[in-house]
Design a protein. Sequence first.
Length: 849
Amino acid sequence: MPYITPNDIHNIRNFDTLLDFLREKLGWPIPEDVELEDIAYPWSPEDLDLDELTEERIPECKQLPSFPTNQPTFEFGEDMQPWGIFFLQFDSELVYRTALRRVLRGLVERRDRDASLPVWQHNHLLFICTTIDYQRFAFAHFAAAEARLETSPTRGRENWRRAVLSIFSWEQGDTHIRTLCEYNLPALAFPSDGFSDDDAWLKAWQAAFDVEAVTDKFFADYQRVFAQVENAVEGILEDETEARRLYTQRLFNRLMFLRFIEKKGWLTYNDNRDYLRSLFDATEAQTDENFLNDRLFWAFFHGLGNAASLLEESTTAIELRGEVPFLNGGLFEMHGEYDQRNAVHIPNDKFAEILELFERYNFTVTESTPLDIEVAIDPEMLGKVFEELVTSREETGSYYTPRPVSSFMCRESLKICLQNKTDETPETLKVFVDDGDATKIRNPEKMLRVLQTLRICDPACGSGAYLLGMMSELLRLREALFQSNQIDSPVIYQRKLDIIQQNLYGVDKDKFAVNIAMLRLWLSLAVDYEGDTPEPLPNLDYKVATGDSLTGPAPEPSSEQIGFEENFIQQIQEHQAEYLVTHVDPEKQRLREDIAKLKRSLQGWQVNEDEFVWQVEFPEVFQDGGFDIVISNPPYVRQEKIVAIKPILEQQFPEVYDGQADLYVYFYKRGTELLRSDGILSYISSNKFLRIAYGEKLRVFLANNMCFHQLLDFGSVPIFKAGVDTCIVVVKNTAADKETFFAATFCDETDIPRLSKAFQERAFSMHADDLPSDGWALASLQPLNLLRKLQKTGTPLGEHVNGSFHRGVTTGYNRAFDIDESVRQQLIAEDPKSAELIKPVLRGGNLKK
């Protein structure tokens, strides 16, 4: 790997100095003393078939000549290398991703393309982009959205829309570019002896855009630094484990937020926009200062979180914390005694490690989407950090849902919901939701009203994956309506704020998770605010709430059931709406007290601290009948670990209760209770309930009370990093509607990144009558008929054993006893007697006939 320094990147000032870098640092066989114009081949807008807007945005597109795989010569030629390398100059300060897709369209195979021009596969193109003033450089690469795309008979014809864009970039003056120096750019090196073959070359360069590798390294580093800081906290008693961890996480959240928004230019210290580093260096220059108590305290609580302090600021305050805006949102609000100055002490050297962690990686405030991935640390990774590292998944049952899966669930539930609420055809809605094409929407005004008034909830929201996923989808659909019909606010920030205020609700019993979810929503808002001084962030306490979704009472059809006063709903709704946008601390405190007083006024409303009473917390939702969509990845907690609450669960959910059932079973029942009539439930969960005995009550309940739309069984395909076999269930809250629905089974993990396409390929029709209470076998009509024939003519196993079935051996931890052949040989080598003890295991998945 070549050694690249930040100075090497800072010396790239235009395309010609970029050529020098590619030749000298990455070993590209480019002749010396040449300019790009001397060697590159220009592509015209006509060659690329660009639309007028893209032509304006990309006035210059040039192709670097091919250099063969095995010998470092440099010339044009056909079939000389697998890569097409293009230099693009944008006529703006931004690199537009939609414009990049239009260029991709002009280079891949499609029906109406000029046959005389070269053609590439999606993943054989490298784009090197710069802005008009050379202030920003970006390297971009497209991967096929589906694993089988390149062998598809329609390869490239329309799939340029769904190709996955990965990009890494930097701006002139960026100081936090170590990820680029150590990982991204070195992967694009060209060895002096060339590559052994085209596949080796493709694989080597594609690694530069592997965001998962960056993610995994960041996870490990974050966990290490977090633990060191947590252990170094002084002022919180050692036995207050939860308080210590919550304090540490809140500190990291605040610092991470500032790290993300530094690029917006809203924070300066001594006119330096590298805010955290400059502030820390000022502390280090003093012999008796503590970064937390002498600098961050003033920045957090007398600036970022206190409007009054900014109005009354003194020269001393500015010297201590620099120039900062009031951000509100609760993130920089004091939380109890530990946020008081000098209540907690953390040594400066621990903050040095935090900043070292931040500066090691390239940060971006733009959350990646299924089709656009920034090879950098984005806010979504905060969710992964929480659910993968910071908490104990064995206790919480939290597992991070891969983005293609959550996107699939969001889009499919939106299609069904919009079909219920509009007069648009399923075909039109599919194009609208999947492709963002609103041109065929017959009543765009009605569609916008529906999108603006949808109410969506995740009752186990964790770090907010589905809340952010739904916000992304709703924002994309509203943008499509705006582009085609010029309706809705033209300001993305305002649309996002509307979506947070009107559409999204989340609940989780883990305060850590709720903090992360709020942080991600705030970051998502901040990234799209255009201006020198940001708007204060909304208070999200009554949108993303802390509480136990299961142990509180079910929402009742009549508000009188829990003693609502006549005007209670109106009062609490007005107070919560006012609190959402209130920025003055005394006023926020008054509203919180008024809301709490209203809740206490309810007749008979006495609940435990953790219980979440849905009608009280979200009264405006249940006044209208419930949520339109409930979407979630409910926690997978084994029944052995919920013994203490089983009596409550039995009382709350008698229709589905079984003493052997795991926790997710009860989330299904609670989810259906939260829905309005015709509302949509979309869950990904363990698939055990499809067949195992403890799921029988749940199977009967769903079959008798819900209308099935989709049922996906992933078997043992690993959706999560943990060994949980999963399924996706999408049902509508319509009783006894015995229609056909689509089902699919999966056995190949390559289907997961292309789940939407894979489902279309694998789906088959089933009828609700094909879901018997004794277990659900997902299969098309032909194998089901064969199964029925076998059942009629064969002898069930139960008759052979007189109905006496036994569970067999319970290990307590299967993975400790289920070993592969290499481990078996190792154990036998250490102790030959192990050969007698280790036995082969036959699983159902091993049986083919």
